[in-house]
Ligand binder design. Structure first.
Ligand SMILES: [Zn+2]
Length: 233
C-alpha cells in the first residue's frame, strides 16, 4: 500500500487547514491506511522569519545558493524535504483560501452546506468552480509530485504591530538583497503578511465540520487507491 503523507504548516497563517489535516490523519489511520503527517515548523517559513521566531533563518527560505525567497517553500524547498525525509510517499499539502475572495475558481456561495461541498481539480487548464480545490505539482523533471489542497476559511487582518514588524523585517531583508522571485510572488507574500485564518470564525462558518473532514478523507483514500493501481502496473 502506498504510504500517504499529509503536509501542514508551509503557510503558517493558514491554520485551519492544519486542523482538518490532523483529523483526516486520525480518520485515515483508523481505517487502517498507512498515513503520516509532516508538520513544517513555522520558523522554517518566510513568515516565521518576518515574525522573528526563535530559530528562524532566512537562508532556509530561499532557493539554495540564491537570495530569492521561496515564498511557498513549495516546489523547490518543500518537495526536497519530502523527497529526502519521506521518499516515495504520496503527499498531500494542505492550504486555506479566503472563502469570500478566492481565485474565482475557489469560493463558497453563502448558504452552501458543508455536506454539499465539491472537491475539484483547479489546475491551470481545467474549468469549474469548487468549494475545495486541488491540483498536482509537477516539479522540475516533469514527474508528478505532491497534491495541493485548498480548503475554505475565514480570514482576518493581523494586528497592526505584527504587520508593521513584518513590513520592517521585509524591508531590512530586501536591503540585504533578499527578494521574492517575481511580481507574482511579491503579491502572494504581501497578502500572506496582512491576513491570517480566524479559526473560531472558520469553525462557526462550518468549514471545520465533520462533513468537510470526511470529504477530504474519502478523496485522499480514492487518490491513494488509484496511485496503488498505477504503481502496480
Ligand atoms: Zn497556502
Amino acid at each position: 500500500m502506498t504510504e500517504i503523507l499529509l503536509i501542514v504548516g508551509l503557510h503558517p497563517h493558514e491554520s485551519a487547514a492544519a486542523l482538518v489535516a490532523e483529523r483526516a490523519l486520525e480518520a485515515l489511520q483508523a481505517r487502517g491506511l498507512p498515513a503520516d503527517i509532516l508538520r513544517v515548523p513555522p520558523e522554517w517559513t518566510v513568515l516565521g522569519c518576518l515574525d522573528d521566531l526563535p530559530g528562524a533563518d532566512v537562508n532556509r527560505c530561499v532557493v539554495p545558493g540564491t537570495k530569492e525567497f521561496d515564498t511557498d517553500l513549495d516546489a523547490r524547498v518543500g518537495d526536497k524535504i519530502v523527497a529526502q525525509a519521506y521518499p516515495g510517499r504520496l503527499a498531500f499539502e494542505f492550504h486555506n483560501y479566503a472563502f469570500d475572495h478566492g481565485s474565482g475558481r475557489l469560493a463558497v456561495e453563502p448558504g452552501t452546506a458543508p455536506s454539499a461541498f465539491r472537491i475539484g481539480d483547479v489546475a491551470p487548464g481545467t474549468t469549474g468552480r469548487f468549494e475545495i480545490g486541488f491540483w498536482r505539482n509537477r516539479p522540475a523533471g516533469g514527474i508528478p509530485g505532491k497534491y495541493l489542497m485548498e480548503l475554505p476559511a475565514v480570514f482576518a487582518p493581523v494586528g497592526r504591530a505584527r504587520r508593521d514588524r513584518r513590513a520592517a523585517n521585509l524591508q531590512r531583508l530586501a536591503d540585504e538583497g533578499y527578494l521574492a522571485a517575481d511580481e507574482h510572488w511579491r503579491r502572494v507574500l504581501n497578502a500572506h503578511m496582512i491576513e491570517e485564518v480566524d479559526v473560531e470564525a472558520t469553525r462557526a462558518a462550518g468549514f471545520l465540520d465533520d462533513a468537510v473532514v470526511e470529504k477530504v478523507v474519502r478523496w485522499v483514500s480514492s487518490i491513494a487507491a488509484v496511485d496503488l493501481l498505477e504503481r502496480k502496473t
